[in-house]
Write a protein that binds this ligand. Structure first.
Ligand SMILES: [Zn+2]
Ligand SMILES: [Zn+2]
Length: 350
């Protein structure tokens, strides 16, 4: 099988041909039909994350070894199973849940592999989807997508489950109050569609960019507010009728989280999902006196991906512009993403 690997950071991906793996235990082999290219892939290729304030997180310190086959947004078909996997899953058209852990610790046993201390995420710590085939450790991680378009389904494994998991953390309050979404990029529009599909009250989108704010209104946002305006917090307070009860910060910068804190009502809940970086300084008495609930959210777990796929199968979701390109273009496409030359997401087709 052919895969495209990072063999050295910041150098072209290398096409590597290997034997198709022999499956053990509960492993299954998925023939990749779509593999999305994501900003995370770019960080893995570069070898570091920007933490803000001039600090960088070197990924080799996190146990990510080369060569690495990138790709964690995978749709495909189960074509072979290990001796303990159960043959009935062969032929399933699926999206692969990539956010795996060790499978054994208490966190994993609680179904929260995505935050296991020993991450084994596909396309990060183990070979991913820029490949003809990918090995998945257990059939339970292959979620049946039925007739969902596989290119759209692949994206649900990353931006989809990330925003779904964050939105779920607010709970039922979103039936009654608007969700304020900071950051109208790919994640922001995914979050807006999920809020709409779940039948919640709706979303107020906050972004610096006028074009994105206009697009947000066209997509059905209740309001769109310029985060760069001097009175952005007052505008959010007015639009929410006295202060936001639920804010999703998809940027995660000092300025955006500070704006969130300045815009909320008493008893509000802020979920931070973005990784832009920087530091947050909050007067401690604010937290008990308001009282504030500030929470982080990191990708999502298998149960959440299953729920999301169910939601999309039942209710549908606004589609994201996708460009399908051959697997051979993996490196060129990654560079197009780096240079900002793409309108929409690239999904590789082996
Ligand atoms: Zn991704
Ligand atoms: Zn674990």
């Amino acid at each position: 099988m052919r895969c495209y690997c990072v063999t050295k950071h910041n150098e072209p991906l290398v096409a590597v041909d290997t034997e198709t793996p022999t499956l053990e235990g509960t492993q299954v082999l998925v023939k990749v039909t779509r593999a999305g290219i994501c900003h995370t892939d770019l960080h893995l290729w570069e070898g570091s994350y920007n933490l803000g304030g001039g600090k960088r997180l070197d990924i080799s310190d996190r146990g990510i070894d080369l060569p690495l086959t990138l790709g964690h947004e995978i749709a495909g078909e189960v074509v072979a199973v290990g001796p303990d996997a159960g043959a009935s899953v062969v032929g399933t058209t699926c999206v692969v849940h990539p956010w795996l852990g060790c499978g054994e610790c208490d966190t994993c046993q609680r179904g929260q592999e995505n935050i296991c201390l020993k991450s084994a995420s596909i396309g990060v710590f183990r070979p991913g989807g820029y490949s003809e085939y990918v090995v998945v450790p257990d059939p339970k991680f292959c979620v049946d997508i039925g007739d969902i378009d596989p290119s759209q389904a692949a994206l649900l494994a990353c931006s989809g489950v990330t925003t779904y998991s964050a939105i779920r953390k607010f709970g039922e309050v979103l039936k009654d109050v608007p969700l304020v979404i900071i950051g109208a990029g790919g994640l922001g529009f995914m979050a807006l569609s999920i809020v709409q599909a779940m039948g919640f009250k709706g979303a107020i989108m906050v972004d610096l960019d006028q074009t994105k704010r206009d697009e947000a209104i066209r997509a059905g946002a209740l309001a769109a507010i310029d985060s760069g305006a001097d009175d952005a917090a007052e505008q959010i307070i007015a639009a929410t009728g006295g202060g936001a009860m639920a804010v999703l910060d998809l940027v995660g910068a000092e300025a955006t989280t500070s704006l969130a804190i300045a815009s909320v009502a008493r008893g509000a809940h802020i979920v931070i999902c973005g990784l832009y970086g920087g530091e947050l300084v909050v007067p401690l008495p604010y937290i008990p006196m308001r009282p504030l609930h500030i929470q982080g959210s990191w990708v999502g777990n298998l149960a959440e991906l299953r729920e999301l796929i169910g939601l999309v199968r039942d209710r549908g979701l606004r589609t994201v512009p996708v460009v399908e390109r051959p697997l051979e273009t993996a490196f060129d496409s990654l560079m197009d993403l780096k240079q900002g030359r793409l309108l929409g997401r690239v999904v590789l087709v082996p």
